[in-house]
Design a binder for this molecule. Structure first.
Ligand code: C5P
Length: 422
């Protein structure tokens, strides 16, 4: 292993099999292959039939420096390298773009072309980078397939949110090449030696976590933001996955490494975060740590706003949806435990209790963000976990310790015997 200039860890002599699905994002795979090769990771490319409509086998083969496989019934290949061998010869299978069709096939165990056959036959970890139209991503069938694949231990990177080639906006954009590289490195380093935990007090529990700030665009270059670093939410995500939970972290813009073993969905605005969070339902536990902007601009300027002699621009604001409140009131799909956070500057406990009532969540974790508390971006914090029955305070602890303290209470609630046994 070596350290790159960006501080990322690179594994030498590792190889991946890259299954390129048929989507407009397939063009990003050319850059992906080139970057992987720079990092010393060998790529064996597999193109689906639809994939060949978006990138040519010749360009893929040239960049990979390897033959492109695309036909299940290529007898010449079967004699040289069978599909079973092809499915297992690399350290990791990466599906990018993972189209709705490929995800559906993999979720249902279909094996009617080379890519789906490799996914069924492999005994190696699989990482998918979904890419599709926002409606397809949000369709109940894709939600089901996504959940099934995650339950099966498939790793995911992205999708991101934003404008798409089809003209719509929302979650469904394939993760950027750098993110996919990060997820591949993560998988090559840790997943192989530590596969998804199937034990631990939270094994089998799906946990949704929102974290970080949101950015509310004003025009193409400006946005409204806040000081949230995302550290507390990311620490909770790591603590939950270490206890065996299946964790999806919906992260606003923040420059933090994805915690090992966590599925991360990057979003920009409160609306994106709302869509991504509600799309995760049903889940067992929701922990909303994100500092979601209360307001967004009523209308988004299509061009950069200019200074003018006619005076100052007026920003008309409109209210953002409340994610925590929506999850807490979600009827049959309501997670069995919903936890909110309350950053307060005065009368902390009193205000946090009132917030718990308003938001209808089960617990609220209050922290002091007055100048004295200075919690933003810091590693230290003081938290008060407030439920219907009690209030527990943990003073001057690290955000990691705060995460462990919170999750011990979660485990205690879900299965009291587990904590007693620890
Ligand atoms: O900003 P506020 O004090 O209302 O945040 C309290 C809790 O509500 C936090 O857990 C935050 O993540 C959540 N929240 C949310 N959606 C919003 C506003 C806040 O989920 N639009």
């Amino acid at each position: 292993m070596r350290q790159t200039s960006k501080g990322k860890i690179v594994t030498k002599h590792k190889s991946i099999t890259l299954l390129i699905g048929g989507g407009i994002a397939a063009y990003k795979c050319l850059e992906l292959i080139r970057r992987l090769s720079d990092l010393g990771i060998q790529t064996t490319p597999v193109l689906t039939k639809a994939g060949t409509e978006f990138v040519t086998p010749l360009s893929v083969a040239t960049l990979a420096g390897a033959q492109v496989h695309s036909d299940l019934f290529d007898l010449k290949n079967e004699t040289e390298i069978g599909h079973i061998q092809l499915s297992r010869q690399s350290d990791l299978l990466v599906v990018a773009p993972a189209t709705a069709d490929l995800m559906a096939k993999a979720a249902n165990g279909l094996a009617n072309d080379l890519a789906s056959t490799l996914l069924l036959a492999t005994d190696k970890p699989v990482l998918m980078a979904p890419a599709m139209n926002v409606r397809m991503w949000e369709h109940a069938a894709t939600r089901r397939n996504f959940k099934t694949l995650k339950d099966d231990g498939i790793l995911f990177v992205g999708p991101g949110s934003g404008p798409m080639a089809c003209g719509e906006t929302g979650p469904g954009r394939m993760a950027e090449v750098e993110e996919i590289i990060g997820a591949i490195q993560e998988a090559l380093l840790s997943k192989i030696s530590s596969p998804k935990l199937t034990t631990g007090p939270l094994a089998g529990k799906s946990v949704l976590i929102t974290a970080g700030p949101t950015h509310e665009p004003i025009d193409p270059v400006r946005y409204i933001a806040n000081r949230s670093s995302g550290k507390q939410g990311f620490a909770i995500a790591q603590a939950a996955v270490d206890l065996g939970a299946d964790v999806t972290l919906i992260a606003g813009p923040c420059a933090l490494e994805t915690p090992r073993g966590v599925t991360r969905i990057d979003v920009e605005s409160a609306l994106d975060m709302f869509e991504a969070a509600t799309a995760q339902l049903p889940c067992d536990i929701a922990i909303c740590t994100a500092a979601v902007a209360d307001w967004r601009t009523q209308s988004l300027a299509s061009q950069k706003m200019k200074k003018s002699d006619t005076g100052l621009p007026v920003l008309e604001l409109t209210e953002n949806p409340d994610i925590l409140k929506t999850l807490s009131a979600h009827g049959p799909q309501r997670p069995s435990l919903v936890i909110g956070f309350a950053a307060e500057t005065e009368n902390i406990i009193e205000h946090a209790r009132a917030k718990r009532e308003t938001k209808q969540c089960d617990w609220i974790v209050a922290n002091d963000v007055s100048a004295k508390g200075d919690v933003f971006g810091n590693d230290q914090t003081t938290i008060h976990i407030i439920s219907d029955e009690d209030l527990i305070t943990f003073e001057n602890i690290s955000k990691k310790e705060a995460s462990n303290a919170l999750l011990r209470r979660v485990v205690d609630m879900i299965n009291p015997a587990q904590v007693a046994a620890q």
